[in-house]
Design a protein around this ligand. Structure first.
Ligand SMILES: Cc1cc2nc3c(=O)[nH]c(=O)nc-3n(C[C@H](O)[C@H](O)[C@H](O)COP(=O)(O)O)c2cc1C
Length: 364
C-alpha cells in the first residue's frame, strides 16, 4: 500500500513531498476516529518495549532523528505513528531560511538521500512556543490536545508519552568563536519544553560547523552548557551528535570529553560527506547533485563502525543513540547488538513509510 503512495509522492520534488505528506497526515489526524485507526494500525505497545535511559522513561527505543520535524509542527502525528521519541531541530537562536532550493535529493536505487538543508528553521522562540503547547496537551486523548494547562516536564513524564529531544545548533552568521553563545541561548530557551538536549556540531551543511568537533572548541561549548545545566534544580540529559567522518583521533578526544564534561550520551551518527558507499552509477549522479550529507542505506556500515569504536572507547559506559541507515528489524538489531541504547530512523521512514515503527519493533 505504502509502495503505491510512495511512487506518487516520489513524483513530487523531495522537500515538497515531505511537507505534503506530513500536512496530509496532520489533516486526517484531526478526525478522531481516523487518528485512532492510524494509531491502531501503526503504533506498537507493551511494557516490554519501554526503557529507562538518562533517567527518562521511553515508551520504546525507536525514535525519529533530528531534521525531520525541525520546527516541532508534527509531534502529535508522529506520536500517533508510535515513535518512542522525536528529536526536534536543529534549532538556532534566530530563524533562518537555510540553503537555496532544491536542497534535498532522493537516490532511490541506493535507498539514500542527499541533503544540504542548512539548518532552515523557525528560530528558538517560535519553536519554544509550539513545544509548550504540545507539552500542555501531552497524553490527552485525540481532540483534547492543547486544552489543559497541566504541564509535565523533563524526567517527570508519564508512561506512554513520547520523549522530545531538543537538537540545538548555531546560526550561519555566528562566527565559530561565539558559537557557544548560540548553543546556550537555545539551551536556556528550550530547557522547560524538551526532555533531553543534543548538541549538533556535525552537520556538513553549515560552513565551518564541523570544526567545532575539534577538542578545544567542543570543550568550550559543552562545558558552558553543562555548567549551566548542573546549576539547575533538575538538570536535563546532555548529549553530543557526531559525524561519521571523524578520525580515530577525534573519536578518542570525544570519548575523553564525554568523561570530562560528564555528558549523558552521544548520538552517532549524522550524515556523511563520503559518497563511496553509493553504487558507481549513483556516485556520478551524486556529484551532479553537489554538496550535501548522504544518509540511508549507504551510511549503515560506516555509522555501525563508528558506533562500535565509540562503544569500545567509552567501555560502553555512555549510552549511545544510534542513527544511520536503519530500515529493517535487522538494521535496528545490528545497532542494539553493537551496544546502542536507542536507535533512530530518518531516511528509512521515507522509503519504508509510516509502518516502520511497527515493522521494526513488533515481535516476529
Ligand atoms: C533532510 C535531512 C535533514 C536533516 N537535518 C538534520 C538536522 O537538522 N540536525 C541533525 O542533527 N541531523 C539532521 N539530519 C540527520 C539525521 O538526523 C540522521 O542522523 C541521518 O540522516 C542518518 O540517519 P538515516 O540514515 O536514518 O537517515 C538530517 C537528515 C536529513 C535526511
Amino acid at each position: 500500500m505504502y509502495q503505491l503512495l510512495r511512487n506518487i509522492l516520489f513524483l513530487l520534488e523531495a522537500e515538497q513531498a515531505h511537507y505534503f505528506s506530513m500536512n496530509l497526515l496532520k489533516a486526517v489526524c484531526k478526525i478522531p476516529p481516523v487518528k485512532a485507526l492510524i494509531k491502531k494500525l501503526f503504533s506498537v505497545s507493551g511494557d516490554s518495549l519501554s526503557k529507562e535511559i538518562f533517567g527518562l522513561h521511553f515508551r520504546n527505543s525507536l525514535g525519529l532523528g533530528a531534521g525531520f520535524d525541525k520546527n516541532a509542527v508534527y509531534l502529535n502525528e508522529l506520536e500517533t505513528l508510535g515513535f518512542g521519541f522525536v528529536e526536534i531541530g536543529t534549532v538556532t537562536p534566530l530563524p533562518q531560511a537555510g540553503n537555496e532550493k532544491p536542497r534535498l535529493f532522493r537516490i532511490p536505487s541506493d535507498k539514500a538521500l542527499i541533503n544540504r538543508m542548512g539548518f532552515n528553521n523557525d528560530g528558538v522562540e517560535v519553536i519554544k512556543e509550539r513545544l509548550s503547547i504540545y507539552k500542555m496537551g501531552r497524553g490527552l486523548p485525540a481532540g483534547q490536545a492543547g486544552t489543559m494547562p497541566a504541564c509535565r516536564t523533563g524526567r517527570d513524564n508519564g508512561q506512554g508519552t513520547m520523549i522530545i529531544g531538543g537538537n540545538i545548533g548555531k546560526n550561519k552568521i555566528t562566527p565559530n568563536e561565539e558559537a557557544w553563545k548560540d548553543y546556550l541561548i537555545c539551551f536556556n530557551e528550550l530547557f522547560d519544553v524538551v526532555d533531553y538536549f543534543v548538541v549538533n556540531v556535525s552537520s556538513p551543511n553549515t560552513p565551518g560547523l564541523r570544526a567545532l568537533q575539534e577538542k578545544d572548541a567542543l570543550l568550550e561549548i559543552l562545558q558552558k552548557l553543562q555548567d549551566n545545566n548542573q546549576s539547575r534544580k533538575n538538570p536535563k540529559p546532555l548529549l553530543l551528535k557526531i559525524a561519521p567522518d571523524v578520525t580515530s583521533e577525534q573519536l578518542m578526544d570525544i570519548a575523553a570529553i564525554c568523561k570530562e564534561v560528564k555528558l549523558d550520551g552521544l548520538v552517532s551518527s549524522n550524515t556523511t560527506i563520503d559518497r563511496n558507499a553509493l553504487s558507481k552509477f549513483n556516485q556520478q549522479k551524486a556529484s551532479q547533485i553537489g554538496a550535501g550529507g548522504l544518509s540511508g542505506k549507504p551510511l549503515k556500515d560506516k555509522s555501525d563502525a563508528v558506533l562500535s569504536e565509540l562503544i569500545h572507547l567509552t567501555n560502553g559506559n555512555i549510552p549511545i543513540i544510534a542513527s544511520g541507515g536503519v530500515f529493517t528489524k535487522k538494521d535496528y538489531q545490528d545497532k542494539i547488538d553493537k551496544g546502542a541504547a536507542m536507535v533512530q530512523v530518518w531516511t528509512g521512514f521515507i522509503y519504508e513509510g509510516p509502518g516502520i515503527v511497527r515493522k521494526i519493533l513488533s515481535a516476529q
